[in-house]
Design a binder for this molecule. Structure first.
Ligand code: GLN
Length: 197
């Protein structure tokens, strides 16, 4: 049995849990360090990265999550969660997990285009485009060594990246009916659990 946790300090954690459950995966809310013990992977959902990073520190989750990230524990951040996983992010008073060698800029699409939707080519998910919903999304400004870009916008900006067992999407796959990113993460988690990644 694969156990996936969804960080439930703030944001749209319920949507992720609903999708994993529909895929037959035991998914549950995580708020405290002891709840990490029997997990095989963790999702950090969209929300407000200022609030989430502050609560991660206040709930004593920063060190346990950083340690797990270093040990290759599977993590997936969506939107604000991408910011939480990044090595560098602007205008954040609280530390991030530094699980991905990326630099992100928050709310980077500007007020006029606060939210938008677009079809992305994501070769790792197959030929069919992925309909992506962006809401006050971050931009990946720099991608470091070892980071694989899974999807880009037409202007070449990376919006889905992976480095070892850390996955991040600037958009919200939990808000659409296409569950291929959730399946992709489940495959990452299973491969890690089976000792293959
Ligand atoms: N703008 C938010 C932030 O900076 C992210 C928005 C989202 O997760 N939908 O944290």
């Amino acid at each position: 049995m694969t156990h996936i946790g969804v960080l439930a300090l703030q944001g749209d954690f319920a949507e992720h849990i609903g999708i994993f459950q529909r895929l037959g995966i035991a998914a549950r809310e995580v708020r405290h360090p002891q709840e990490l013990a029997d997990l095989d992977g963790l999702v950090i959902p969209g929300g407000e990265s200022t609030t989430v990073t502050r609560l991660i520190s206040e709930f004593a989750l920063l060190e346990p999550l950083r340690e797990r990230a270093q040990d290759g524990f599977p993590l997936w951040g969506t939107c604000a969660g991408m910011i939480v996983l990044a090595q560098r992010a602007d205008e954040l008073a609280w530390p991030t997990l530094s699980a991905l060698a990326i630099t992100v800029r928050r709310n980077a699409f500007g007020r006029q285009v606060d939210s938008f939707e677009t079809d992305l080519t994501v070769p790792a998910l197959g030929q069919q485009p992925f309909h992506a919903v962006f809401i006050r999304a971050p931009i990946v400004e720099e991608v470091g060594d070892g980071v694989e870009v899974l999807a880009k916008l037409e202007d070449g900006k990376a919006v889905a990246v992976r480095q070892a067992n850390a996955l991040a999407t600037a958009f919200h796959p939990e808000l659409t009916e296409d569950h291929r990113f959730h399946r992709y993460f489940v495959d990452m988690v299973r491969a890690h659990k089976d000792g293959k990644a």
